[in-house]
Write a protein that binds this ligand. Structure first.
Ligand SMILES: O=c1ccn([C@@H]2O[C@H](COP(=O)(O)O)[C@@H](O)[C@H]2O)c(=O)[nH]1
Length: 278
């Protein structure tokens, strides 16, 4: 089985360096003329899948917006994942899981075991019970060609107080996360399967991403205020590993499929221009 790093590298080469999120906010359902209920959610997810599934390298459903409708919302998430994957997109489920290792093992089975109804290509994970507690996710991902994106420097302003706190050895908490993930990706070619989440909004923080050898998911573009040009400041020489991510910026163009595709193409062109100059 090919690794997630290999599959992601190919998807980006074929479709371009872009991740688009499916975040069915209540406000977006209203804007698309849909009801804030399971029917509206289903229609929203189907339209977004039609617009994105056959052209974007990575699609990132935000689990919270499906979970808020309970088991019927999760059913829609399951079918959205299946449709996106069969249209050729890699699915990164934004679910930010983390716990003690024995529980992380169950999360790993839920998302990274191919026999699970919620099986995806990759998930986001939170390292705040220790990066080592995520080992069951890393192991199952490696066994089945999956990926894990670990939060390092998030796009929200509140993240800095925790992530940039300085640990006993003088490194920031975020740098220890970065260094542990770098170890997991050592020697992988062309790219490791373990990524980091680094917000496009954070500016130049002086963190060293040079040894990561894995994908750097950059949310915060568009609705949170960052632009493609900001990627240069945040990532510097690590730009070639960046996977820019937009949700509301693209989804605001819906429900028209052609309009969603056109904003997606513009976002991709903006990001390509920055990444190609690296
Ligand atoms: O640091 C992070 C980590 C995850 N996110 C998620 O990405 C999208 C962003 O949505 P926009 O509409 O483009 O603002 C959302 O699902 C967040 O939960 C993030 O923003 N920052």
């Amino acid at each position: 089985m090919e690794s997630f790093g290999v599959r992601l590298h190919r998807a980006v080469a074929e479709r371009g360096p872009l991740c688009v999120g499916i975040d069915p906010h209540p406000g977006l359902l209203g804007r698309w003329g849909l009801s804030d209920d399971v029917r509206g959610l289903d229609r929203f997810a189907r339209i977004a899948t039609e617009a994105l599934g056959d052209r974007v390298a990575v699609v990132k459903p935000q689990s919270a917006f499906f979970e808020r409708f309970g088991s019927r919302g999760v059913e829609i998430l399951e079918s959205t994942i299946r449709q996106l994957r069969s249209a050729g997109a890699l699915v990164l489920l934004d679910v930010k899981r983390g716990d003690i290792g024995s529980t992380v093992s169950a999360y790993a089975s839920a998302y990274l075991d191919p026999s699970s109804p919620l099986y995806v290509d990759a998930v986001t994970a939170s390292p705040y019970l220790g990066v080592g507690s995520l080992a069951p996710m890393f192991e199952l991902a490696a066994a089945h060609g999956g990926g894990v994106f670990v939060l390092a420097l998030t796009s929200n302003p509140e993240g800095a107080a925790v992530q940039r706190a300085v640990a006993a050895d003088g490194r920031t908490v975020a740098q220890t996360v970065i260094d542990e993930i770098s170890q997991l990706n050592r020697g992988a070619e062309p790219l490791g399967s373990f990524g980091l989440v680094v917000g496009a909004t954070i500016g130049d923080t002086g963190h060293d991403l040079s040894a990561v050898n894995g994908p750097l998911l950059a949310p915060g573009l568009g609705a949170q205020g960052a632009t493609a040009a900001d990627l240069r400041t945040v990532f510097g020489s690590s730009l070639p590993s960046v996977l820019p991510s937009y949700s509301r910026e693209v989804l605001n163009a819906g429900p028209d499929v052609a309009a969603l595709r056109s904003v997606t193409e513009r976002a991709l062109a903006d990001c390509r221009a920055v990444l190609a100059a690296a």
